[in-house]
Design a protein around this ligand. Structure first.
Ligand code: ASP
Length: 347
């Protein structure tokens, strides 16, 4: 760990990898993660902040396509160990799985009362037109922002381009442009222009101060099944027969609709009956699952599939990992799936 400036507000920056810190490998011509010193060299601005910045680098910095649930637990533990010593946290992360990491972290922290702002960039920080500097600087400002000594955004959030989103509401929607993230079903938490304007009514503020609780288990026995016209019994069979499978995100059409063919309902019913918890999530980016509106979702409802409401796939699969990782009963898991635990769904 290395101190950059010493002052009143203290922010811990955790560098995990991602495009923001990548350099071009002359051998392959591809971008690969590099060390934090490289970022620091490109950003003398870091010395101009009026608060204490401390940096911590992951042992193995990664392209976020290599992120795993163990990584999320390690990241949560790093924040937990340093929680009392800092006012806020900034996580530098690749964009590809950033929405998954933000969702997973949101579940792992209960009663969070400090900001965890995740950011990265579409162009490496060493490139002329990089979006990394602005993203990084704004993320630090947001993590440090306070009013009456209280943090302005005590949530797990993602800052990108000029918007701050609730982390478990985001999805990476663009691979090319700087506004890479969208939160289709929840308003932005803040916008950065000349000033950073906070959308106070959308930000979660704890009413009663409770002690932080950090969870350390996630269960990987989950899968995602995206239906499509022409899906065959063999595909559904293969997924629902995975040994040890405990949770399944079923990506359906529109408001939660699926084929009414007998074989489909029969396989889904069998999967539920043998104990797999199935969460119905829409393939649409915006809007909500509402089973029963169309005849084409009645079968799923009867089979005991749970409505994911307006949850994103990223928040759904990580919620299943989280719930299955704790010692909850099947009934409790079903109840938690229908509730908002960290603001991930509208109920
Ligand atoms: N592949 C990179 C990553 O997710 C992409 C990025 O950071 O934008 O690490």
């Amino acid at each position: 760990m290395e101190k950059i400036v010493n002052n009143e507000i203290s922010i811990l920056i955790i560098y995990t990898g991602g495009t923001i810190g990548m350099v071009n490998d002359p051998k392959t011509g591809s971008w690969k993660p590099f060390d934090f010193d490289h970022i620091k060299k490109q950003m003398p601005e870091l010395n101009e902040f009026g608060f204490k910045l401390t940096t911590l680098t992951f042992e193995d910095v990664v392209d976020s396509s290599n992120i795993t649930p163990d990584f999320w637990i390690h990241l949560a533990e790093l924040i937990e160990e340093n929680y009392n010593d800092y006012d806020g946290f900034v996580v530098l992360h690749g964009t590809d799985t950033m929405a998954y990491t933000a969702s997973a972290l949101s579940y792992l922290f209960e009663n969070l009362s400090k900001p965890i702002v995740i950011t990265g960039s579409q162009l490496p920080i060493g490139t002329l037109r990089t979006d990394g500097k602005e993203n990084f600087i704004s993320a630090i400002e947001i993590a440090a922002a306070k009013k009456n000594k209280q943090p302005l955004v005590p949530e797990v959030s993602i800052f990108f381009e000029n918007k701050l989103h609730r982390g478990n509401r985001t999805t990476k929607h663009n691979a090319d442009y700087f506004d890479a993230f969208r939160s289709h079903n929840y308003p932005d938490l803040a916008r950065a222009g000349i000033n950073i304007t906070y959308n106070y009514s959308a930000i979660h503020y704890p009413v009663i101060k409770r002690d932080l609780k950090v969870y350390h288990q996630l269960d990987r026995d989950v899968a995602i099944l995206k239906i499509f016209p022409g899906i065959t019994p063999a595909v559904v069979e293969a997924i629902t027969n995975i040994e040890g499978l405990r949770g399944l995100v079923l990506e359906t059409y529109g408001s939660g609709n699926a084929p009414t063919e007998e074989w489909f309902n029969e396989k889904i019913t069998r999967a539920v009956d043998k104990g797999i918890i199935i969460l119905n999530v829409s393939q649409c980016k915006a809007g909500s699952v509402e089973m029963g509106v169309y005849e084409t979702s009645l079968g799923l409802m009867k089979a005991g599939v749970i409505s994911g409401k307006d949850i994103t796939t990223e928040a759904a699969v990580t919620k299943l990992m989280f719930l299955l990782g704790q010692n909850y009963t099947r009934q409790e898991i079903k109840e938690y799936l229908s509730k908002s635990m960290r603001g991930e769904i509208n109920v």
